[in-house]
Design a protein around this ligand. Structure first.
Ligand code: GUN
Ligand code: ZN
Length: 427
């Protein structure tokens, strides 16, 4: 048994539904006990020391013990082109993304970037990501293998594209089906891995490809399905021209069996009322990618309205997003919510990047919360990690005031320690 003691963050509800003061708690003298990769007790440090006298204790003092961050939408193959200048979505894909993604037919390169990517995210306190691969099955094997090496829970899938992409980045309807099925069979439910069926977005799939992926999902409803939705106005206009019969962007998925409760829709910024209604009706999730939305110039996600209607995850969208850090991502979510006149509290931001993201991926019983029975993925935050943050947190009127300064100004230096499945990560 291992005890981690310090200031411990726990949830007893959703702070977007219940006032955060009632459902987000920080125990300033708390602890968690871990055994066999799971959390077995959470409570006052003094009580847990009594209950587990033989345990090894790691004392974190006034550091904040939180669930490992959950990044609900990323493209690990875009690690090497993160922060590339000056383009908006379609040009950005053609100029930076597609050329880099062609490199992932090389399994050696794919393995190198998969390992590098996961290491970078761990350094930023992220313990689970939901990632797109490229069209190459080797890229998907690479990220699942790298996650298995580090013991991380992971969701990933082969990106499917059979039009409007460079020739060597296209599959076909049939090969997308066959390759996705083979990968799903190889990886879904193996260790901590889960497979997500992954059409990139409507413009790069023919209706025939969307159809077969809808059929694959119907045959494997245990899998998630991830894709992009209504990110930029130009993209939406393009979708309209490619699918003239569709009622709206979401309808291009709905018509092909790609709308469902285990659907995870990235961005979802420029939503028609019908799209919001349908996502809400079926219980699907949207994923907010705030640094991406400002970096690529996509628009201002309406967190308050969307969250009131459906599960919402938080994500970096590496490498459309400009940071690997979920703290930076929470800060950007705060800023976008400010621009929309709906300020979010630090407790809501932390919840969104942990329990909220876990819920969007249907992993809310396993990760994203420090509760008994949960997997022991734990991040330890230093609330005074830089001189700039330290001088501010010295003046903090309470712990939340200090936490907010770390959210707004923190980065990988704020991550004092990390545990994955109860094992300390030593990079
Ligand atoms: N839409 C389709 N593909 C992508 C991608 O790779 N990144 C982002 N941000 N949007 C997309
Ligand atoms: Zn994306």
């Amino acid at each position: 048994t291992t005890l981690l003691s310090g200031q411990v963050l726990t949830y007893s509800g959703d702070p977007f539904e219940t006032p955060w003061q009632e459902c987000v708690h920080i125990d300033s003298a708390g602890a968690i006990a871990m055994q066999g990769g799971h959390i077995v007790a959470v409570g006052a440090a003094a009580d847990l020391r009594q209950a587990y006298p033989q345990a090894t204790e790691v004392r974190y003092g006034d550091k904040l013990i939180v669930p490992g961050f959950v990044d609900a939408h990323v493209h690990y193959p875009q690690t090497g082109i993160i922060a590339s200048w000056g383009k908006r979505l379609i040009d950005w894909l053609n100029t930076y993304t597609f050329p880099e993604e062609t490199r992932f037919d090389d399994p050696v390169y794919a393995r190198e970037i998969a390992r590098l990517y996961l290491k970078l995210t761990r350094q930023h306190g992220t313990t689970t990501v939901c990632s797109y691969g490229t069209i190459h099955p080797t890229s998907v094997d690479a990220i699942f293998e790298a996650a298995a090496e580090s013991g991380q829970r992971i969701v990933a899938g082969k990106t499917c594209m059979d039009r409007n992409a460079p020739q060597d980045l296209q599959d076909t309807a049939q090969s997308a089906y066959d390759d996705s099925l083979a990968l799903l069979t190889r990886w879904h439910g193996v260790g901590r891995a889960e497979y997500a069926i992954t059409p990139r977005f409507s413009p790069t799939s023919t209706p025939a490809q969307l159809d077969v992926l809808g059929a694959l999902w119907a045959a494997h409803p245990e899998c998630l399905m991830q894709t992009h939705l209504s990110e930029q106005p130009d993209e939406i206009a393009w979708v309209k021209s490619l699918y003239p019969d569709a009622r709206d962007y979401l309808d291009t998925y709905e018509a092909h069996g790609l709308l469902g409760a285990r659907g995870v829709y990235g961005h979802a910024i420029h939503m028609e009322p019908r799209e919001m209604d349908r996502l809400s009706d079926v219980g699907a999730a949207a994923v907010h990618c705030p640094t991406s939305n400002t970096f690529i110039g996509s628009g201002l996600f309406d967190l308050a309205s969307m969250k009131a209607r459906m599960p919402v995850g938080l994500a970096t969208d590496t490498g459309g997003g400009s940071s690997f850090s979920m703290l930076r991502t929470m800060a950007a979510a705060y800023e976008i919510a400010q621009l929309r006149g709906t300020p979010t509290h630090a407790a809501q931001l932390l919840w969104l990047g942990t329990a909220g993201s876990a819920r969007s991926l249907h992993l809310q019983d396993k990760i994203g919360h420090l509760g008994v029975g949960f997997e022991a993925d734990v991040c330890v935050l230093d609330l005074a990690s830089t001189p700039a943050i330290a001088q501010r947190s010295q003046r903090a009127k309470d712990v939340w005031d200090a936490v907010f300064a770390t959210i707004m100004m923190g980065d990988d230096r704020a991550v004092a320690d990390l545990w994955i499945a109860g094992r300390q990560v030593q990079e």
